[in-house]
Design a protein around this ligand. Structure first.
Ligand code: KG4
Ligand code: ZN
Length: 339
């Protein structure tokens, strides 16, 4: 049996729709980003995000269906991000998905955005279970033990800022644009990562992370040593990025060893970071552990990831009722780790 799943994603500032066959083959993945609009405000403005999703969502869905040469009446099920995310933004995707599901008589599948960041890695690679997955995004830094397509155990998470937040707040302090991770990544390419050594936060055996102290260290550094030249700026960026990236890699490698897995998946927007991609190859693969990182377009928010996880949920009969509501933070049953 071959299933086409329509995925819809509106949790933050990307409006996206995709069609994926059998959780394996991506037939379309349309992403409309609002970044340019939010850039002027230095971060995502929730009310503007919801309005922009409303304006464009039908167009994005139609384009995804057209590119995949199918229609809402022909897909097997409709998967939509249920949370976590901005409630107003999630509401737009969920309401649209409910209307489509009801009018075409299709099952609705409410998908967890974080788990779908991991699931999308299966589109490009055959990955054996179990593996350890690190999700690094604007709002989350989570380490999971993954034992099956629908079996995610949270091992650790950040106690304060997420890695993406550390990039974005650091960039803001340095007067750079939003999203800051992209800017710091670009500038760091010309900098020396060892010129300025920032602290490696929470550098111990715990699978939890903490990035707010690193942000304070950056603020203190630039207060005492104001950035006066491009040469200095690129070194500050490279040093700051190195501290974040090394921490992420050390913790992931630790978790992989402790749990005896042979593979790790890095996912979420921060997994686009070129230094993280490079250093994880060097430091994790050299220990005999396979590293899988989705291509950058599948690391940032997109609906192919929703359709991929949606397929596995649908195949496992995890269909949602038409009265589901969005949730803003990670589900309670995911916070099952002891820190
Ligand atoms: O997963 P994502 O697209 O959205 C969320 O669900 O949050 O992640 C967005 C985050 C932002 O914090 C952004 O600065 C960061 O991913 N990011 C990067 C890079 N590209 C995006 N961080 C570091 N280096 C990058 N190249
Ligand atoms: Zn995300």
């Amino acid at each position: 049996m071959s299933y086409l799943i329509l995925g819809i994603e509106t949790s933050c500032d990307e409006t996206s729709a995709a069609v994926v066959r059998d959780g394996k083959q991506m037939l379309s993945n349309v992403v409309s980003s609002q970044i340019d609009v939010h850039n002027a405000f230095g971060g995502v403005v929730p009310e503007i995000a919801s309005r922009m999703h409303t304006e464009i969502i039908l167009q994005v869905i139609n384009q995804a269906l057209e590119t995949a040469e199918t229609s809402a009446g022909e897909v097997e099920a409709i998967a939509v991000t249920q949370g976590p995310g901005l409630i107003g933004s999630l509401m737009v995707g969920i309401s649209t998905a409910k209307a489509l599901a009801f009018s075409h008589g299709k099952p609705l599948v409410g998908v967890n955005h974080l788990e779908s960041h991991i699931a999308v890695a299966h589109l490009e690679n055959e990955i054996d279970f179990p593996f350890v997955a690190l999700i690094v995004s604007g709002g989350h830094t989570n380490l999971y033990m993954v034992r099956g397509f629908l079996d995610f155990e949270l091992l650790g998470s950040t106690r304060d800022d997420a890695a993406g937040e550390a990039f974005d707040k650091g960039a803001k302090a340095l007067g750079l644009g939003y999203p800051g991770g992209v800017e710091i990544d670009r500038l760091s390419k010309n900098g020396d990562p060892d010129a300025i050594r920032f602290p490696r936060p929470f550098n111990n055996e715990s699978p939890d992370f903490s990035f707010s102290g690193l942000k304070t260290a950056l603020l203190n550094h630039i207060r005492k040593n104001p950035v006066k030249s491009e040469e200095n700026l690129v070194d500050v960026c490279a040093g700051y990025q190195e501290a974040i990236v090394e921490t992420l890699i050390d913790k992931t490698l630790n978790a992989a060893r402790k749990n005896g897995v042979e593979g790790v998946v890095l996912a979420g927007g921060v997994a686009c970071n070129s230094r993280l991609r490079q250093l994880s190859e060097e430091r994790i693969r050299s220990k005999g552990i396979n590293v899988f990182i989705p291509s950058p377009a599948l690391c940032t928010d997109n609906a192919a990831m929703i359709a991929t996880l949606g397929y596995h949920m649908y195949a496992d009969n995890r269909v949602s009722a038409l009265d589901i509501s969005p949730y803003s933070t990670a589900r309670r049953d995911q916070k099952n780790h002891v820190s």
